[in-house]
Design a protein around this ligand. Structure first.
Ligand code: 5GP
Ligand code: MN
Ligand code: MN
Length: 330
């Protein structure tokens, strides 16, 4: 990673410059947490002209509405049409930035903080560490190199990001380095129980009923992925309307699905528009779902990836099934 270049670039515009922080569309805990944690760090360095945003519908998932630094988040970064410095968080490809890609061209400098193996290396300075469990790991390191001490607000943001992307410290990426970072964050006075309850263990009654409907139509395909098997289900916009739920509640739906013991691959197909679907893919190790997603126009990590599918749910699944055999991990 280009640490020296990143530190030099940030120092060039801090504290006097206009700084814009952006993360990916439909932001998750890592996107919002790493971005807001870093923004709070820049504020500690005295940056006054500071804004954070993300593309697409400006909707913050309920679990993240208590994150520190939310006041820095704006729907349209109009104040800074031509920022001096743009920092980009948890974005593997420009396609995940929607209309905000324009800001990369008018910016004085850009720094990308990310951890996707599929990162396309867009932007100016690249801090892309595919061995990092979350973008917040990269963000913490850059804050440290900028001599920003952790405070409870920064720590909470980075902790939410880390806990989200490691599945609460359960996934393979959960290295000693991850637990060491978590220890530093918790030592600022965080209450992990409270944070976990808010982020993971709190959802409306209607969301539970929605999950019940969607899980009831799940299908098992033991022959898929050369016999390693796949389980899949889909959720429509009508499901959301019927249960009066927002689309982001479906982000958690992959969790019960990926627990099915009989298969390696799990897929949730979520309707975004008439014939457009946001597809979540998970693998237990037999299939590289990042390669599957890339082949279908998306990206992600070896064991967790996604893409935008077209047609009917059955057609989307047929396209996935066709790719699974090609991307077995031997
Ligand atoms: P999720 O299934 O939780 O939405 O996403 C899992 C992983 O796949 C995340 O790392 C996310 O960045 C990536 N991902 C999900 N959807 C897309 C997509 O449409 N395009 C790309 N490039 N990556 C995606
Ligand atoms: Mn993300
Ligand atoms: Mn991430």
């Amino acid at each position: 990673a280009e640490w020296a270049a990143a530190v030099r670039t940030v120092r060039e515009f801090v504290p006097g410059g206009r700084v814009l922080l952006i993360c990916h569309v439909n932001p998750d805990g890592d996107a919002l947490g790493s971005m807001l944690g870093f923004a709070l760090g820049l504020r500690r360095l005295g940056v006054r002209n500071l804004q954070a945003t993300f593309p697409g519908p400006f909707e913050i998932p309920e679990p993240f509405t208590s994150l520190p630094g939310l006041e820095l988040l704006v729907p349209e970064p109009e104040a800074y049409p031509d920022p001096d410095l743009v920092l980009i968080f948890d974005v593997a490809a420009e396609s995940r930035l929607g209309g905000l890609v324009d800001r990369l061209e008018t910016a004085g400098a850009t720094v990308v903080l990310d951890h996707h193996a599929s990162n396309t290396r867009f932007g100016g300075v690249h801090l892309v560490d595919a061995t990092a469990a979350a973008t917040s790991v990269v963000a913490e390191q850059l804050l440290d190199r900028l001599d920003v001490p952790l405070d409870p607000a920064i720590a909470e943001c980075l902790y939410v990001a880390l806990a989200t992307d490691t599945g609460s410290f359960r996934f393979d990426m959960t290295t000693p380095r991850v637990h060491e970072m978590a220890a530093r964050l918790i030592a600022t006075g965080l209450r992990p129980g409270d944070i976990s309850r808010r982020i993971f263990d709190s959802r409306p009654f209607g969301a539970m009923k929605l999950f019940a409907d969607v899980l009831a139509r799940a299908e098992l395909d033991p022959a898929a992925a050369d016999g390693h098997g796949m389980v899949w289900t889909y959720a429509t916009l009508d499901d959301l309307v019927r249960h009066e739920q927002r689309p982001y509640v479906l982000d958690a739906l992959i969790d019960p699905v990926r627990c099915v013991a009989e298969v390696d691959v799990s897929v949730v197909v979520k309707q975004a528009a008439e014939a457009e679907w946001a597809v979540s893919l998970r693998s237990k190790g037999a299939v590289d779902v990042s390669a599957v997603a890339v082949a279908l126009g998306g990206g992600g990590h070896r064991l967790a990836a996604g893409f935008t599918g077209h047609g009917t749910p059955g057609e989307v699944i047929a396209a996935v099934r066709e790719q699974l055999d090609r991307h077995l991990i031997h």
